[in-house]
Design a protein around this ligand. Structure first.
Ligand SMILES: [Zn+2]
Length: 453
């Protein structure tokens, strides 16, 4: 049996995941993500797909991050009329994320003239095509092909795609979770595959501060209480924010910390948190036990959800120590920016970075120790402390990725190392070859490889 595997995005870069497996009779796309963080990203995302969307039969979605789902509505707009599969939380999250992205796109269209990739009717149409499946629920197609998802442990509902045709199996990992994550189980390790298409975001690095992350968080909160200051946490709305709420919930309710006003100041993060509440059975067994024992893990004394702009602006008039959690995670948009305008010049404030800060973002400037920054035309001299906790990463690090492959690669014909910066993908590939003797390669963008599937 011969099939073609096309790498149309997410190679040589972390974002824009888009892979096409074509058996000749069945064309299966895995993920359809947005290219992010690059200078020409808006133009790249607007370019027509290399393949004809009307010829695609099935789209399998690994998880609801924009770099895996962001072009789905465009795919539908351009003629895709097949079936979209994901887990139920991914479907619910994608609905919220795609509509939120639409708002950002409309703003950028107005301000910079960037092209609108799709509109609300395209999101509606995509959801009409969408079917939710559970982990390990097998779906069978024509041409002897079937598939299921296993738990990728990356964000709520994230799944690895296991496709089987006859004797052959190919696994697409999507993004693979770091271990341990506050809310999720460890990723299931794929085994006995013939081909693996894997991520490599941290293919060349190890995570630090994982064991001490909660203690560090407690330290910065306590310090804020002593200073009567403000702790600002820029956080991604999906997974990181819920992880932070859970951590603070435990610190307050265990009595480790005294109650402090905490504002979740992001309509998107609030909507996402509601979805986490709906799908608690996708959280780790330990968390499920905590919930069934009666704890609302996203609610504790002092926590407020601020939905309107009026409520958001009123946070500044709250006297005494407080915590503000807002997006975006890299401070390049969202409500976090005006909180940073207010507090970066305040010696009693601390900005706590808990996520990846891409080069060129405001968050990265802060991380790199800028003495002054300009936010929306306003020059601010920094007096606030800039702190960082690295241990909350949502991605498996180098050794975790190597472990994942070592446990399952016994009969692998080829391992395609993707979804990482080139340096990171190449480093991991070399390690997989040298340490495991695994047949790993880094494909190039738009490569079409014939595989025995
Ligand atoms: Zn992801």
């Amino acid at each position: 049996m011969k099939s073609t595997l096309g790498f149309y995005g997410g190679v040589g870069s972390v974002t824009g995941a888009n892979f096409l497996l074509d058996t000749g009779k069945l064309a299966i796309l895995v993920d359809c993500g947005l290219v992010q963080g690059e200078k020409f990203a808006p133009e790249i995302n607007a370019v027509p797909f290399v393949y004809d969307p009307t010829n695609i039969d099935v789209l399998m979605v690994t998880h609801a991050h924009a770099d895996h789902i962001g072009r789905i509505a465009k795919l539908v707009k351009d003629g895709f009329a097949g079936v979209i599969y994901s887990t139920a939380p991914t479907m619910a999250l994608a609905n919220v994320m795609l509509r939120d992205a639409l708002k950002v796109m409309a703003y950028e269209h107005e301000r910079y003239g960037n092209e609108m990739l799709y509109d609300a009717t395209d999101v509606d149409a995509a959801l009409e095509l969408w079917k939710a499946v559970d982990y390990h629920e097998t779906v069978t197609f024509s041409d002897d092909v079937s598939f299921y998802y296993s738990d990728a442990g990356h964000i709520l509902g994230s799944g690895m795609v296991h496709l089987t045709r006859g004797e052959r199996t190919i696994v697409f990992t999507g993004d693979i979770g770091n271990v341990p994550q506050p809310l999720l189980s460890a990723p299931e390790i794929p085994k006995d595959y013939d081909y693996l298409v894997m991520e490599s975001v941290y293919g060349d690095r190890l995570h630090e501060q994982v064991a001490e992350r909660t203690a560090l968080l407690a330290h910065y909160i306590e310090q804020t209480q002593k200073k009567n200051g403000t702790l600002i946490i820029p956080a991604f709305s999906l997974e990181r924010t819920q992880g932070m709420l859970f951590e603070i919930n435990n610190l307050i309710e265990s009595g480790t910390l005294l109650t402090i006003p905490v504002f979740l100041d992001s309509p998107l993060a609030i909507a996402v948190t509601d979805i986490y509440r709906q799908f608690t059975h996708y959280l780790s067994p330990v968390i499920q036990k905590q919930i069934s024992d009666g704890d609302d893990i996203f609610d504790f004394s002092g926590l407020s959800f601020t939905r309107t702009m009026k409520e958001s602006h009123e946070i500044e008039s709250v006297k005494g120590a407080k915590i503000i959690i807002a997006g975006s995670g890299m401070s390049h948009g969202g409500r976090i920016r005006y909180h940073e305008q207010t507090y970066l010049g305040d010696a009693n404030a601390t900005v706590l970075l808990v996520g990846y800060q891409a080069a060129g973002s405001l968050g990265r400037l802060l991380q790199d120790g800028a003495k002054k920054v300009t936010i929306d035309g306003q020059l601010i001299r920094l007096r606030a402390e800039i702190a960082q906790i690295q241990g909350y990463s949502g991605h498996a690090d180098r050794d975790q990725l190597i472990h994942l492959v070592s446990e399952g690669c016994n009969k692998a014909k080829q391992i395609f190392v993707t979804m990482g910066e080139e340096r990171s993908s190449l480093f991991l590939t070399q390690r997989l070859r040298d340490y495991l003797g695994a047949p790993a390669i880094v494909p190039n963008l738009n490569d079409e490889v014939e595989i025995d599937f």
